[in-house]
Ligand binder design. Structure first.
Ligand code: ARG
Length: 390
């Protein structure tokens, strides 16, 4: 997606993720294509059977497009559009609950400070002290007058990567460039520099000038990591945030582009344990854990990395469970995904999926999702969450 790396090494999550930090669109958005509006409304009517007849709604929408260049979704159309965009996300293993997505309609909000305040409210409502709810907040779309707001951060909650004089990074190296950008815009790094410093939101309004907003502490629920057997694990002072909320993928529904539409689900244990904390270009913690475990690290053939990895994923799962924060495990999620595929088939739909993102990054062949192939993803499927613009 956008700046994403090779798919076999990139899959991060199972859910749509991307690497880049988009600039605001430089040009005026095009008028909505009436054919895209029609295709969407036909789908909406076929799946939900609303009360107003389709041809009346179509006439109204075509008239609005002809006179204003765009049209306004009803709240029901918006909710359906956001849910189907999730259903169409070929990289997401968690799609069984697509129809339960909570949609916060904030289409009247455009000013960066108001967008930031609504992102904070989104986090509070989605977190609920750990009983996480899948939620999306939809801000003003792009329109003929100009672009709507954009959230530049890849996710609402991410940790800074502070470049050090020795060439290393303290914190999350994935966000070292983004951290440099916010510092250039006036963000002051915490002192002393931490490994888990929450980054500010960087938001552009309709004028395209970025502004920064700190997240209040109480909107960022975090889980300190501990291990069910090894007391030393807590001494590593690791933590992770409870809510993954992708914020830089535009939602496109019926030809309308919602450039700021942050959405969250809940974490899968392996996203944190087997990727964020383990990847050599992220927190790279396997050598530290192997050392504490007293493993023989003299050769990869001792499988020290594999053994350390399992203990790390175990610690993540155990800590979230103990803290009462919703987290999926890869075994259960794999079963749920196949239930979803079967349900889609019985509804007469195919369920395109990207095998390399669906199969978990540990114990692949222990999960049923590994042992089959899926319908090819269609990049033109709509509604959709699009890759962020470069
Ligand atoms: N892999 C990303 C991360 O570690 C999160 C992607 C979305 N994941 C999800 N479970 N909804 O932060």
């Amino acid at each position: 997606m956008g700046t994403v790396v090779h798919p076999r090494s990139a899959p991060d999550a199972g859910c749509p993720v991307s690497g880049g930090h988009p600039a605001p669109p430089p040009t005026r958005p095009q008028p909505v294509d009436p054919d895209e509006a029609r295709t969407f409304l036909e789908q909406f009517y076929a799946e939900t059977r609303p009360l107003i007849p389709l041809d009346r709604r179509l006439r109204q929408v075509f008239r609005d497009i002809a006179t204003t260049g765009t049209y306004r979704h009803t709240p029901e159309e918006l909710t359906f559009g956001a849910r189907v965009a999730w259903r169409n996300s070929a990289r997401c293993i968690g799609r069984l609950y697509w129809n339960g997505l909570r949609v916060r309609d904030r289409r009247h909000v455009t000013a960066p400070a108001d967008v930031a305040a609504e992102c904070v409210e989104h986090l509070r409502e989605a977190t609920r002290d750990g009983r996480i709810r899948s939620t999306i907040t939809v801000f003003a779309p792009d329109g003929p007058e100009g672009p709507g707001p954009r959230i530049v951060n890849e996710q609402l909650i991410r940790y800074a990567g502070h470049r050090l004089p020795d060439g290393g990074v303290r914190g999350d190296p994935r966000y070292a460039d983004f951290t440099d950008q916010v510092v250039a815009l006036g963000w002051s790094r915490p002192e002393p520099l931490g490994r888990f410093d929450v980054l500010p939101l960087m938001i552009t309004g309709t004028h395209g000038r970025p502004e920064l907003f700190d997240l209040p502490r109480d909107a960022v629920h975090e889980v300190p990591l501990q291990h069910p057997e090894f007391a030393w694990f807590a001494d590593l002072r690791l933590r992770w945030h409870a809510v993954p909320a992708i914020s830089n993928m535009p939602l496109v529904v019926g030809g309308v582009h919602y450039g700021a539409a942050p959405f969250n689900g809940w974490y899968l244990n392996t996203e944190i344990g087997a990727r964020n904390l383990a990847d050599t270009d992220r927190y790279n913690l396997l050598p530290v854990i192997a050392d504490r475990l007293g493993l023989d690290t003299s050769s990869v053939r001792t499988l020290w990395r594999d053994r350390a990895l399992i203990e790390l994923v175990r610690a993540v799962q155990y800590s979230f469970d103990e803290a009462g924060v919703t987290m999926a495990d890869h075994h259960t999620e794999s079963e749920r995904f196949l239930t979803h595929v079967a349900k889609e088939e019985s509804a007469g739909r195919s369920c395109p999926a990207d095998w390399s993102w669906i199969v978990p990054p540990v114990s692949g062949a222990l999960t049923a999702v590994y042992h089959r192939y899926y319908d090819e993803p269609d990049p033109d499927a709509r509604p959709a969450f699009l890759p962020p613009s470069p």
